[in-house]
Design a protein around this ligand. Sequence first.
Ligand code: DP6
Length: 335
Amino acid sequence: SSSGVTLTAPVNIALIKYWGKLDETAIIPTNDSLSFTLSQDDMCATTTAMTVARGVKSKFWLNGKEMDLGHPRIRAVVEEVRKIAKVQGTDETLLDLPVRIASINNFPTAAGLASSAAGYAAATAALGALYGVKGDLSRIARIGSGSACRSISGGFVRWIAGSTSEDSIAVQVAPENHWPSLRWLICVVRATPKAVGSTEGMRRTIQTSPLMPARIASVPDKISAITKAIQERNFRAMAELTMQDSNQFHAICLDTFPPLFYMNDVSHRIIDFVHDYNRVKGSLIAGYTFDAGPNACLFTEQENFDELASVVEALFSDGVETDFVKGMKPERKVD
Ligand code: DP6
């Protein structure tokens, strides 16, 4: 007989970026990072994990396509969950059974929208539940993809870099209902083909960027300042710190040799637009951040959302896939 469990994890958007590993296997980052996890019904991955009868083959599917279960990252996650479950007393006959894992994203995977973060968080949650693992799961998700550890929790989440596999964990700094007026607008910019992946990109930055040590040294103050801004729901401070950190991350990418071009011309036009828009409005009401790709994550507060979304759609219908300018609803608390 077989038993299975299905769980979901949303995408997270980094406000202070993770970029750089001290340890590539354990995925220990060079600095803390801080993100916001979208709500379950926005952009998420759903993973089913089930044990199957002895003799049946273990398998892994991503969006319906069979993948290699021998891939070092997914393999490491499965092995780590089993190791912890064993220590916690899970029946070894269950742990020895073959396992099947199927993961589906409800948004375009190829768009480069933190799909691995949601995917590994959902896979970790499903495997953890399947084997009855108790306690922190962020350490396990981290082994799959660094940013995945932040999707284990909702709301604002800080990944504490730590220095070992045990103490490199993600912790919630404010719950999902803390800032209900905050809204996100994800603009999928037509991707430039063949960007360097984040693992290779980070390695190259660590090895070649003379500016990187200065960035690493500047992160602790940024983390404290943005945590305070979030606690106070100070939009201006939060937005400034987020935009500046996104720009610094992309500056580090240009300082890498050979350089990493993640944003493109449309991304740069969106940045200019946000600054112009804020200037015309007479106050800082919109912000942006970009990960390792050209897509823009814009944010604003509820009262400004509809106007921002329609202006962006109108201005960028050229380079932005308007069928995927997605407005994220604030998480609502069910009373
Ligand atoms: C730019 O988590 O995808 O999105 O640990 O190698 O899997 P690996 O990297 P990944 O890197 C994400 C980098 C980023 C910034 C961030 O999410 O903090």
